[in-house]
Design a protein around this ligand. Structure first.
Ligand code: ATP
Ligand code: MG
Length: 457
């Protein structure tokens, strides 16, 4: 440990707490020949930032997801830099730099569309009692973690060992305080420290565990696995806005089907989408699961083909079952279908946003997709033309197709709309003149279909 850091540590108030015990360990340093990261794989802009910091006399490393991904031979999503320079010192080095964040200041160095995030080494929670900045709630949840620290402390506060590796521009080595390199080579996702403490500090780490396990194709270390179910209810205390981002990252990463299965398996889905979980638990007929399977499969397929997926469609699918059930109940009490759907949508959404926030730019098109569903049943006069001209027709129709695939909507209805939208005008007229169709609620189909879609269920 550099002398200066040692001195700082000794001068630190609170003495040797649990955190500093761990920090006493020496890092394992993997020299340039012992790892596979080459500068050719690193964004030139990230390299510029690293070199400039180094020239300024600071320690500068790549850290987190980018180091992990480079070592795995994957292309990193972005490059994050960690340094011992303070944010204002970083700012002084770069003209194209903006400081962001109130609670914890980060520097964003912008190069056209690429942003390199530069964070000052941060300490985790000193587990001292009675100090005056109350970082922990009674539950142990982390409320503040905005203290600058050493690189060692910065490593220990991170979530998984494979996310705590540093690529040091000083000598192109990989610096490992937590055994991340070994875990990476064995394909193991392991929390740094005691999972009970780390999950309590930040329950979102449970969702991150699922996300990384799937994304990297890693095994969960058994010490993580046994704690997921017991700690799952803690997700209820996470601010809904944070969970909105997390849910999108999980479901829009290209493995939505697997994510859904594992979240349910570890009882992490219920705290996020209680109404959906309840509806799935009660369901007797299988199509809600088939519907979700198709919707999520579709999302994965579109992403694999490089197409865009819209969050509102995904959320509309995730919440469809409770909305559908509530609307059906209202209809049974005599509310007209279109009104029943609007009311059901409002009720389900206002409950849902207590758990996972849904911004209006997402909930408005979600409601449109739902509200248009009963209108597909109206196939006489000018109504089908009006529906066809609706700006959200395409998404609503895709949604109808999914409902058809799960056996929840009549396939005759889906076929009719498939033909109607591409038929020439003369043909459309004939379709509208056909015998008056009475739309009949279909009896649900086979549970077996659900088994096929999610064999684990
Ligand atoms: P991705 O490729 O999905 O971005 P990532 O590892 O870069 O993966 P980020 O969410 O971008 O994930 O976080 C960057 C780094 O910050 C992580 O690698 C980890 O070291 C640390 N980190 C992020 N979230 C947490 C958390 N909740 N608790 C502790 N450390 C965290
Ligand atoms: Mg990242």
């Amino acid at each position: 440990m550099p002398i200066l850091n040692l001195v700082k540590k000794l001068l630190k108030p609170g003495g040797r707490d649990q955190t500093s015990e761990k920090i006493a360990a020496q890092p394992r340093i993997y020299g340039r020949p012992e790892h596979t990261i080459s500068r050719a794989q690193i964004s030139p802009n990230a390299l510029k930032v690293l070199y400039r910091l180094k020239k300024g006399g600071y320690r500068a490393c790549l850290v987190g997801g980018c180091v992990r991904d480079l070592l795995l031979g994957r292309e990193p999503k972005d490059f994050d830099v960690a340094t011992d320079a303070r944010p204002d010192e970083v700012k002084a080095l770069f003209r194209n730099c903006r400081l962001i964040g109130r609670r914890f200041r980060l520097a964003h160095v912008r190069f056209g569309r690429e942003v390199i995030e530069v964070a000052t080494f941060r300490a985790g929670l000193p587990r001292g009692k009675g100090d005056d900045w109350a970082q922990e709630e009674e539950t142990g949840r982390l409320l503040r973690d905005n203290v600058y620290g050493t690189i060692e402390e910065d490593a220990w506060r991170r979530d998984f060992t494979v996310n705590a590796l540093y690529y040091d521009i000083q000598d192109f080595s990989v610096v490992d305080y937590v055994g991340g390199m070994e875990d990476l080579n064995h394909g193991v996702l392991r929390l740094i420290g005691d999972p009970k403490v780390r999950f309590r500090e930040d329950p979102v780490r449970m969702l991150r565990a699922i996300r990384f396990m799937i994304k990297l194709g890693f095994k969960l270390d058994s010490s993580i696995e046994v704690h997921l179910k017991p700690f799952a209810p803690l997700l209820k205390d996470i601010p809904p806005a944070r969970l909105y981002d997390e849910v999108l990252k999980m479901f829009m990463g290209g493995y939505a089907v697997q994510t859904f299965e594992l979240l349910r398996h570890y009882e992490l889905f219920g705290p996020l989408f209680p109404a959906t979980e309840q509806a799935l638990d009660q369901e007797e007929h299988g199509f809600p699961l088939v519907f979700l399977a198709h919707a999520l499969e579709n999302t994965d397929k579109r992403l694999a083909e490089g197409k865009i997926v819209t969050p509102y469609f995904l959320y509309a699918a995730l919440l469809w079952e409770p909305v559908r059930l509530a609307a059906r109940q209202k209809e049974a009490q005599g509310t007209p279908p279109v009104v029943a759907m609007q009311e059901a949508a409002g009720e389900v959404l206002s409950e849902q946003v207590k758990h996972v926030a849904i911004p209006r730019r997402i909930s408005l098109p979600m409601r449109e997709v739902w509200n248009l569903q009963p209108r597909f049943e109206q196939r006489r006069g000018a109504r089908p033309y009006r529906l066809l001209a609706h700006p959200r027709f395409r998404a609503a129709y895709d949604f109808l197709v999914l409902r058809g695939q799960s056996g929840e909507a009549e396939s005759e209805l889906v076929d009719w709309w498939t033909r109607f939208q591409s038929a020439p005008d003369s043909e459309r007229k004939k379709m509208l003149e056909g015998p008056r169709r009475k739309t009949r609620r279909r009896r649900p189909r086979r549970k077996a279909a659900a088994k096929q879609a999610f064999p684990q269920e």
